[in-house]
Design a protein around this ligand. Structure first.
Ligand code: SME
Length: 148
């Protein structure tokens, strides 16, 4: 599916007359079904200066609460920037959620200039995420920021 269509679909989900949790879960399901190698997709929400796991699709993870600075998610939160990891096995500061994971991308979500959450995606394929994935996911994060 092309970039424009993916973003249009996410905007449609965000505009639905549903609660926030359902919308976030629907976005995870949509990305999981539509994009090969998007094996674990989840939202972390900032609460009391930590990242708390929200809706997700994929294997359950032990990492339901992550401090800023801890793991790839915590580093992305601390630096307020996207982290694209081609090979998680090369990372020192990394929290493993499954031995099958090879690459990961974490995109911060902002509301009125403040970080309020993150979109985290794991792949069982090495170097799965390109600059195009990054652009699409950053647009999705901007859209999602409106409902957080
Ligand atoms: N790998 C992440 C933790 C989240 S799990 O992948 C779902 C990290 O290093 O922060």
């Amino acid at each position: 599916m092309e970039k424009k269509k993916i973003i249009e679909k996410v905007k449609k989900i965000v505009g639905k007359d549903e609660n926030r949790e359902s919308k976030l879960k629907d976005i995870c399901l949509f990305l999981h079904n539509e994009l090969d190698g998007y094996d674990w997709i989840g939202f972390y929400l900032v609460e009391d200066e930590e990242l708390v796991l929200g809706p997700y699709v994929g294997e359950p993870t032990d990492h339901t609460n992550i401090d800023f600075g801890e793991g790839v998610c915590g580093q992305a939160a601390e630096r307020e920037s996207t982290f694209l990891i081609d090979d998680v096995k090369q990372e020192d500061n990394y929290l493993s959620c499954s031995p099958k994971v090879e690459s990961e991308i974490v995109v911060p979500i902002f509301k009125e200039g403040e970080i309020v959450g993150e979109l985290d995606i794991d792949s069982h394929v090495k170097s799965r995420f390109s600059r195009v994935d990054e652009e699409v996911l950053e647009e999705i994060a901007t859209t999602v920021g409106k409902i957080l």
